[in-house]
Each structure stands twice: as C-alpha cells, then as structure tokens.
Design a protein around this ligand. Structure first.
Ligand SMILES: Nc1nc2c(c(=O)[nH]1)N[C@H]1C(S)=C(S)[C@@H](COP(=O)(O)OP(=O)(O)OC[C@H]3O[C@@H](n4cnc5c(=O)[nH]c(N)nc54)[C@H](O)[C@@H]3O)O[C@H]1N2
Ligand SMILES: Nc1nc2c(c(=O)[nH]1)N[C@H]1C(S)=C(S)[C@@H](COP(=O)(O)OP(=O)(O)OC[C@H]3O[C@@H](n4cnc5c(=O)[nH]c(N)nc54)[C@H](O)[C@@H]3O)O[C@H]1N2
Ligand code: SF4
Ligand SMILES: [Mo]
Length: 724
C-alpha cells in the first residue's frame, strides 16, 4: 500500500515530563553550543536540546551534546574521596577533610624536603574558567610551584605559541561568521564534520548561500576532505614545506598584498629570502603535493577577495606544530587576510575550555595573558592577590610533556592531576607506567573514579562534572558562555572550585579566595580592564541573555567583538605582526623496511578522548565499542589481513591488537587508529616534541602490521583495551 506524503505521521518527540529547562554550555568540544537541560518533576535531568536563538549552534547539537545529561549518573562516577597508604593497595573511603589534609601535608612535606618545584600540578582544558583562575591563584600565589601546566600542551600549545610569535599575543583573531564572508577556505589537519560537527554545520550553511572553494590538507580522506573542492593529501609532518611554497608562489607572482605587508608586518626581507628557496618543484618532493597543484592553490587563495585558514591537530600535533601555525599566519599576513570579514587565521580549539585555561589559568604565565617574564605583570598580579612579588618565578616552568620526564629523573616527587587522563592520552604507555610508579605521592581529581590514571594514585578527589557546577567556558571564537548549575553534584563529589578553595585553607597565606564562582569572575573582570583580553563588561546574566559574548567586551560595549586586529595593530612592541622565516628540518620517525606504515591517530565523532564519559553513554559507545584501525584494502590484501579480523600493530615502543576496517580513507602506506582506547595507540605512538610548544607529534610515527592467526586470543586482548 502506498502512503501519500500527507498521510505520514508527523514526527513525535517523546514526552519526558520536563517541568523546567536550564541554560548550559556543552562540556565536550570547543564549538561552544548552548544547551538547555530538561528537568522532570523530581529534579532529574532527563533530556537536552540545542538553544534555538544561540548564535553558535542555532538550535543544533551533535550526538554527544544530545546525550550529555546522561553523564550525571553514569557508571564509574566518583562517589567519595578515596585514600590508600601504598599505591595498588585497596582504596579506603575517606572524608573530604582526611583527603584534603593528607594531600596538603604531602605537598608541604615534599616541598620542604626537595624544594617548591618538586611538587607539580597538571590540569586540563575541561573545567570552568573561574576554576582555572582559582587554581592559578593557588598554584602560583599559595603553593608556589613553577611546575604547573595543563593537557593543553597536548592540544593547543602550538596554536598559542604560533599566535604569540606572529602577533605578539595568544587569541584567535576570527570567528564562525567569517565563513559567511570568505571567498576561499583552507582547512589544514582538521576534520570538522566529526570533531566539531556544529562548526561544520555553520560552514555548510555558509557554502550553501555562497559557493567558495574549500581546500582540505590532510593525509587522510576525512569526511571534510570528501566535501572539498581540492584535497591535498600532504606527506605527514610536512605542512610547513607546503605553506612556505604557497608563500613562494604568491610572492614570485606578485600576488601579495604589499601595502598591508609594509604597513603592518616586520622582517619582510628575511622571510622573502627563505621562501625563495621553496619553489614548488623542490617542495613537492618533500610534501608530496604536485607542483602545479601548489601553484593553483596559491593563486586561488591569493586572488580570493577574502581568504581564511582553519586548522586543528593535523598542524598542532607535529614536531613543526608552532612553525605550522606561524606558516599559516605568514600566508594570511602576506595576503592581507587578518582582522577582516572572511580573512583570518582561525585555530579551531579542542576541549570545551581550552581557551579559558590559556586566558586565566596562569599555567604558562599569569592571568589575563600576562607573562611571568614581564616584571610589570608580576607586580600587578602580586598587588592584586596580595602576594610578595618575589614569590613568583621570573620565567615559566616545565610544560606537561617535560614534567613527566622530570618525574622519571627524580626532580619531581609529587603530582596533582586535575581532569586529565595521561595514562591513556600520553604516548608510550609503558614509560608512563614507570613514571607514575616513581612518584612519592599522586593525587587524582576527576569526575570518574575508574579513570585509568587513578590506578596509580594515593588520594582520589571525586569532582563534580559539567552542569553540576556553575561557570564559564570560552569557545574557539573567543565567546564566553555560561553553564548554570543544573543538578546537585553526584553523591559526595564536589565542584573543582570548592576543592581548590578548601586546599587553599590548608596553607598559611595572605591571599583571599572569593566564595563563589561569580566572585572569581569579578576578579577576572577587574584584572582584564583595558587589556586586549577585556572581560570587564561581562556579567553572568548578560552572557545568558546573549547566549555567549565574544571578548574583548569592555564596560561600555554593547556588542561582543567578532574579530581581533581589525585596525592592523598587533601586540608586539612595534605594533606590527612578524613575518617569520621557517626553515624545515625533517626529524620525524618515518616508515622504513622494518616499520613500513605511517601510524596516524585521532578521533571519531561518537567518542570524546579517553572515553571516561562517552564510553558510559550507551547511545554513543555502541557506534564504536572496539579499538580498530583504518587500513587501505590493497595494503591489507598484500599482507593477508582481512576486514573485520584482528591484526597486531608493532612500533619501536610496543604493540597493540586492533580490529581491521578496510577503507579507502587511508592510503596504502598509512593506517589510522582512534586514540580513545586505553592500551591501544598510545602504547605505540612516539610523540617527539615541538621545540617551541613542547606539543607531541602524536600523529606521525612508523608501524609494522601483522595478521593474527589465533583470532580468539586476539579478541580477548582487544577486549582489555575496551575496559567497559
Ligand atoms: N568527537 C570528538 N570531537 C572532538 C574531540 C573528541 O575526542 N571527539 N576532541 C576535541 C579536541 S580536544 C580536539 S584537540 C579536536 C581535534 O580535532 P581534529 O584535529 O579535527 O581531529 P583529529 O582526528 O585529532 O585530527 C585531524 C586530522 O589531522 C590529520 N593529520 C594527521 N597528520 C597530519 C599532518 O601531518 N598534516 C595534516 N595537515 N593533517 C594531519 C589526521 O589525518 C586527522 O584527520 O577535536 C575536539 N572535538
Ligand atoms: N595518540 C594520540 N594521543 C592524543 C591525541 C591524539 O590525537 N592522538 N590528542 C591529544 C589531545 S588534543 C588531547 S586534548 C588529549 C586529551 O587527553 P585527556 O585530557 O587525558 O582526555 P580526557 O579523557 O578528556 O580526560 C579528561 C578527564 O577529566 C575528567 N573530567 C571531565 N570533566 C571534569 C570536571 O569538571 N572536573 C574534573 N576534575 N574532572 C573532569 C574526565 O572524566 C576525564 O577523565 O589527548 C591527547 N592525546
Ligand atoms: S559540536 Fe561540540 S559543543 Fe556542540 S554539541 Fe557537539 S560536542 Fe557539544
Ligand atoms: Mo585536544
């Protein structure tokens, strides 16, 4: 029987019995979607929906956001503080006072015996900005360790470093609205449809209104590459060569914006001298992109009225991560594409509050984009916090990726880990295990007690998660958005803000700590007055009313600021941006006879990072429950590896068993493995560090692949990596 169009039943949305909707911002990725969580009459969170009048997401959510309310009561949540005398003993439940007292006394003991910097703190990009600010005050102004950093070193450190080198300050200059104005978009090492689905929706909507070329640079045929007009499958780790060569063609053919360069950039000559060496033919031999294609892309980009570049981990996670970012900035500076609608260098950030930590956590310096190296900045903050200026170090301490080796060498004895899971997210799991075992004292503060890193702790602090708390996140386009406290924290878990305040009480000091997050927010507003990073006009109510506001937003501002550097004035002393020459040295591990494949790693849409959260949500985990790799069918056939079977991957660091998914998304000399699973790709990856940003090259190393005869045993081993 045929059903006519008008005979179809209309879609019916299940009635969950919602009696109240509360305003929040998504706690997964940096897109910054506004979400309303629906509460039923018992006060339980039963559903989530996108906020229709929020400019970022315009009612949309991706599947992680749709199921986010299921987090609050998901399996593995931390219920009570846990303690044990010796690592690997059974944990005993403890009171908050016992756990906090023990931790404070261990911090003091270690610092007295080995010096202040022998106790390190490693935080995250996933707590509220007010929590970051408070932790910074505690770490810098009270505990006083210089070995304080965050997992953003695994993520955004190259972007921050590249922005500082080019423009004199961190801070992404563009916004999503630039998609509506651009005439050409270059996306490098970024897979928007899977990793930032709602930014992708904004891009697609813009492309439907006005067609412009989309050029994707990625060694893999990602979902974004499949939508592209031009896909450049660059040789891993060589983006800088491609970028230098694009600049070469633009300058050689006189396509640059000379007036902009002369007015707003410095060091033109040394830059031009360097790019002169990167003719397309020579570059092609290194980066694997045909010389004529390099010319075509350079001309398309330079001749577009406005052109913009976005990038994510394909650039940042590289031995040339910071240089890659500078290369992108160079390209946009020589074509006059900074600070204008549709012309920008927009780093797509990763975690929901990767920006908030860069702005306010004091990890790499002092709050509000201030530097430890700057005497005036030290003085301002010392006065504001009521700390002796001399208490502050005069330069930043170790990055996260240098803190772990310093534990290995015995320089660092104690560690406090907050909202990050390095046992799964850092490379070389076997080495990480030894490092963790070397610590005299480890305290882990996480929303989940079953997080792998907690296996090595002496004390565990159960943290409240996402909308069990209140505070702000800053998204990719500098938009500060608000999460309201939707439900009470699970069992005895506490907001990170509370934990930091309670810890501060256990130290003798002159610093005061506001009682609630709004108090901390007001201190940040005060400290930001008149700076580029100006929060002074923001209030919680105003943020909620506008569904997020982009900084700078001064006290007399009516609207947020979509773009930075619109007047061509930058943050270097001469107010000019720097053109920086980028000589390329190829120092990655590369495929060879013994390890013939590139090992690439990254993400899938339904999982977030180490799956502490998405692994527990049935409607997400079911789409991707098993560690697997993407492998080219021709390469698989040659090795006798079958689709759907298990195969062994081996590198110079270790081995792992994964299920094989044959696909044309990867070339015959590469495999791609999502990093979400424990005891999987990070047992294998090398992660050499970028010299400027200390960010690991997670995505480039060499691997060997073998079929497995005993598939039954392999299935058991593979299950171990699933954990749940
Ligand atoms: N679903 C989901 N979304 C997320 C996250 C998540 O875990 N899950 N995490 C969030 C976070 S913290 C981050 S940082 C972002 C990451 O977002 P993305 O960076 O978009 O994601 P990845 O999959 O890590 O890597 C992107 C691409 O880099 C490519 N790549 C590898 N090597 C190179 C290279 O040498 N050059 C170039 N040009 N490309 C290369 C890979 O092939 C891959 O397709 O996603 C955020 N959003
Ligand atoms: N091979 C490979 N490795 C990679 C990458 C890659 O592409 N390839 N990507 C890297 C990147 S870009 C990133 S960002 C890192 C991410 O690596 P991690 O930071 O280790 O990953 P997450 O699983 O997000 O860890 C965050 C932890 O915080 C907890 N949490 C969530 N909310 C809260 C909260 O409000 N308070 C507290 N206290 N805890 C909370 C979660 O339960 C979780 O355990 O991984 C890096 N590692
Ligand atoms: S796109 Fe990112 S911010 Fe938006 S709902 Fe999905 S995970 Fe959350
Ligand atoms: Mo990230």
């Amino acid at each position: 029987m045929l059903f006519g169009r008008n005979k179809k039943n209309p879609i019916k949305i299940a009635d969950k019995g919602v009696v109240e909707w509360k305003y929040t911002t998504c706690g997964y990725c940096s897109t910054g979607c506004s979400i309303e969580v629906g509460l039923d009459k018992k006060g339980d969170a039963v559903t989530s929906r996108g906020v229709a009048d929020a400019d970022v997401n315009r009612g949309k959510l991706c599947l992680k956001g749709i199921f986010e309310h299921e987090l609050f009561k998901s399996a593995g949540r931390g219920r009570v503080p846990l303690m044990r005398k010796k690592r690997f003993d059974e944990f005993k439940e403890a009171s908050w006072d016992e756990a906090l007292d023990k931790t404070a006394s261990e911090i003091k003991r270690i610092q007295e015996k080995y010096g202040r910097d022998s106790f390190a703190i490693v935080s995250t990009g996933q707590i509220m900005t007010e929590e970051f600010y408070t932790l910074g005050k505690l770490a810098r102004g009270v505990i006083g360790t210089n070995n304080y950093d965050g997992n953003t070193t695994l993520c955004m450190s190259s972007a921050a470093s590249g922005y500082k080198r080019s423009f004199g300050s961190d801070g992404p200059p563009g916004c999503y609205d630039d998609f509506e104005h651009t005439d050409c978009l270059l996306a490098i090492g970024s897979n928007l449809p899977e990793q930032h689905p709602v930014i992708y929706y904004r891009l697609k909507a813009a492309m439907e209104k006005k067609k412009f070329p989309l050029i994707v640079v990625d060694p893999r045929v990602t979902m974004l590459a499949q939508m592209a007009d031009i896909h450049l499958p660059v040789t891993p780790g060589t983006d800088v060569v491609l970028l230098n060569s694009l600049a070469h063609v633009i300058i050689k053919e006189g396509l640059e914006d000379r007036a902009y360069m002369e007015a707003h950039t410095s060091d033109i000559e040394s830059f031009e001298k360097l790019v002169a060496e990167y003719d397309p033919e020579s570059a092609s031999r290194i980066c694997g992109i045909d010389a004529d294609m390099i010319r075509h892309v350079a001309r398309t980009y330079a001749k577009a009225g406005a052109a913009m570049t976005i990038w994510t981990m394909g650039i940042n996670q590289s031995m040339h991560g910071s240089d890659g970012v500078v290369g992108i900035n160079n390209l946009n500076l020589i074509t006059g594409n900074i600070g204008k609608p549709g012309g920008t260098s927009l780093s797509i950030t990763g975690q929901c509050n990767a920006m908030g930590t860069r702005e306010w956590s004091s990890c790499s310096g002092l709050p509000g984009y201030r530097a430890l190296e700057n005497a005036e900045h030290r003085k301002e903050i010392a006065e504001f916090w009521n700390v002796d200026e001399e208490f502050f170090p005069k330069e930043r301490g170790l990055f996260m990726t240098d803190i772990f080796p310093a534990i290995e060498t015995g320089q660092i004895k104690g560690l406090w880990i907050i909202a990050t899971n390095p046992m799964t997210s850092m490379t070389n799991t076997a080495r990480m295990r030894k490092i963790m075992e070397k610590l005299d004292f480890l305290v882990v503060q996480d929303a989940y007690e079953d997080v792998e890193t907690n296996e090595y702790s002496h004390v565990y602090f159960p943290a409240a998660v996402w909308a069990e708390k209140e505070g702000c996140f800053t998204n990719t386009e500098r938009r500060v958005n608000l999460t309201r406290n939707v439900v009470e924290p699970f069992r005895e878990s506490k907001p990170d803000f509370w934990i930091f305040n309670e810890m501060a009480k256990r130290f003798d000091h002159s610093v005061t700590f506001p009682e609630n997050t709004e108090g901390a927010f007001n201190e940040m507003r005060e400290l930001s007055k008149g700076r580029m990073l100006d929060y002074s006009g923001l209030t919680y109510d105003k943020i909620e009313e506008k569904r997020g506001i982009q900084w700078p937003f001064s006290e007399d501002a009516e609207e947020g600021s979509p773009r930075l550097y619109t007047d061509g004035e930058f943050q270097h002393a001469d107010q000019k941006a720097k053109l920086i020459p980028l000589p390329f040295v190829d120092d990655n591990e590369r495929p060879c006879d013994d390890y013939p494949f590139w090992l690439n790693s990254g993400r899938v849409v339904e999982h977030f990072h180490t799956r502490t959260r998405t692994g527990k949500v049935g409607n997400l985990n079911k789409f991707s429950p098993t560690p697997y790799m993407e492998m080219n069918p021709d390469a698989a056939k040659k090795l006798g590896v079958e689709h759907g079977s298990y195969a062994r991957l081996t590198t110079r660091r270790g081995d792992a068993v994964v299920m094989v998914q044959t696909t044309q998304r990867v070339s015959p000399n590469m495999v791609f493995v999502p990093f979400h699973f424990h005891e999987c790709v990070n047992r294998l990856a090398l992660g050499l560090l970028d010299p400027h940003s200390r960010q690991p090259a997670f995505k480039q190393c060499a691997v060997k692949i073998e079929p497995i005869v005993n598939q039954g045993a392999a299935a058991v081993r593979n299950k171990a990596a699933r954990a749940y």
